[in-house]
Design a protein around this ligand. Structure first.
Ligand code: SF4
Length: 370
């Protein structure tokens, strides 16, 4: 029988998931000044300090209280790959041994971190490697903060942008994702600008509704990937529940409320969704939505029959959008010389453990600087 690790039954609240009000409550319970909550917030969230005892100015007894009554949930680095283009992909082990990926992606004058929100995913998009293993569990907000801490610890780099686009459907884990967004955008904590934090959804309508109701301080990206319901339902089963018109209606409402452009992601699959007719239908679908379309030519994966369209097809598709005054950008997947697809590093490392140690496993023991 699978042994439940001690950490998995530890009921102490995780320090990395605590709001400022909870830090103040912690101070009150410990009988120390409320002002120490500010010190904790600055060090834990703004500076990503790993060592509580290294924080100056807290009463000695408070260190002991924190250690006895809260948990640290810093994930452990299990594997790392560094791309020639500067992309750094890490496989992180959580306290219960489950593994997720996080990726640091450099861009012009900015660094973006892609955060996982679930271990696995239940959405079952047919072109996605993460989907093949199904959903194991949700990640907590603390485990999402922990991904930022772990990346900082192992690279010395802090991202300027966050995208919740890693493993999982963020809106299937709404409560913890919303808690994470509020921690990430707390101006006195991690202080990410809400303009630089993006949730990407496969089209979970109740989640978009809640984002609107809660006025969640972040952007929205919609992974659309098809121009009609027949194709979208075939490659993204979530479309059978919430078809394109319904998803776009709620996406438009989000955009109107925020007065913001939506990011539309469109993974291009040769012979499936990349025809001129698809491009023309996409123009019509997006007629009333202020948006930018990211065209993502698919990267072929072992064990997956989908193919990448050739460059001429990608250009022709984009041209149709641009001629119709849609903003469309071709985005090549970063880190193509490493395991670029979401879930690929985890799959490879787990397969290698079943065989013999591989180059990937060796890299985890000898991380190189980004
Ligand atoms: S593409 Fe995203 S939503 Fe779809 S199965 Fe993969 S992780 Fe889940």
């Amino acid at each position: 029988m699978h042994k439940i690790p001690e950490s998995a039954v530890d009921c102490r609240p995780p320090l990395l998931g605590m709001s400022f009000a909870q830090l103040e409550a912690l101070c009150a319970q410990a009988g120390v000044k409320p002002a120490h909550a500010e010190t904790l917030r600055a060090h834990i969230f703004r500076h990503a300090d790993q060592d509580i005892r290294g924080i100056a100015g807290l009463p000695q007894a408070f260190y002991d209280y924190i250690e006895s009554n809260t948990r640290r949930l810093e994930p452990e680095l299990r594997a790392r790959q560094d791309s020639e283009d500067g992309t750094c992909k890490m496989l992180l082990g959580m306290a219960d041994g489950r593994e997720v990926e996080t990726v640091l992606i450099p861009g012009k004058g900015r660094l973006t971190q892609c955060i996982s929100t679930q271990v696995g995913c239940a959405v079952a998009c047919t072109f996605c490697l993460t989907a093949t293993a199904g959903l194991t569990r949700n990640l907590s907000a603390a485990e999402m903060v922990g991904q930022i801490h772990a990346a900082f610890q192992h690279t010395g780099l802090k991202p300027r942008n966050l995208v919740l686009m890693g493993m999982g459907e963020p809106l299937h884990n709404y409560d913890e994702v919303a808690r994470f967004i509020r921690l990430a955008t707390d101006p006195k904590g991690m202080a990410f600008s809400p303009r630089r934090v993006t949730i990407s959804t496969a089209g979970h309508v109740p989640g978009i509704e809640r984002m609107i109701e809660d006025d969640l301080p972040c952007n929205l990206a919609l992974s659309l990937n098809a121009s009609n319901d027949e194709t979208r339902s075939a490659i993204m089963p979530i479309n059978r529940r919430w078809p394109i018109a319904e998803v776009l209606k709620w996406t438009s409402r989000f955009a109107a409320g925020k007065k913001k452009r939506i990011l539309i992601e469109y993974v291009m699959l040769a012979g499936i969704n990349d025809s001129d007719a698809d491009a023309h239908r996409l123009v019509e679908l997006l007629a009333d939505l202020p948006c930018t379309v990211n065209l993502l030519p698919f990267n072929a994966l072992a064990g997956n029959d989908f193919r990448r369209p050739d460059d001429a097809r990608v250009s022709a598709f984009r041209e149709i959008l641009v001629r119709a005054d849609r903003v469309a950008v071709v985005r090549e997947s970063r880190g193509r010389d490493i395991s670029a697809a979401c879930g690929q590093l985890r799959t490879e490392v787990q397969a290698s453990r079943r065989q013999k140690p591989t180059k990937i496993a060796e890299q985890s023991a000898n991380p190189s600087p980004v």
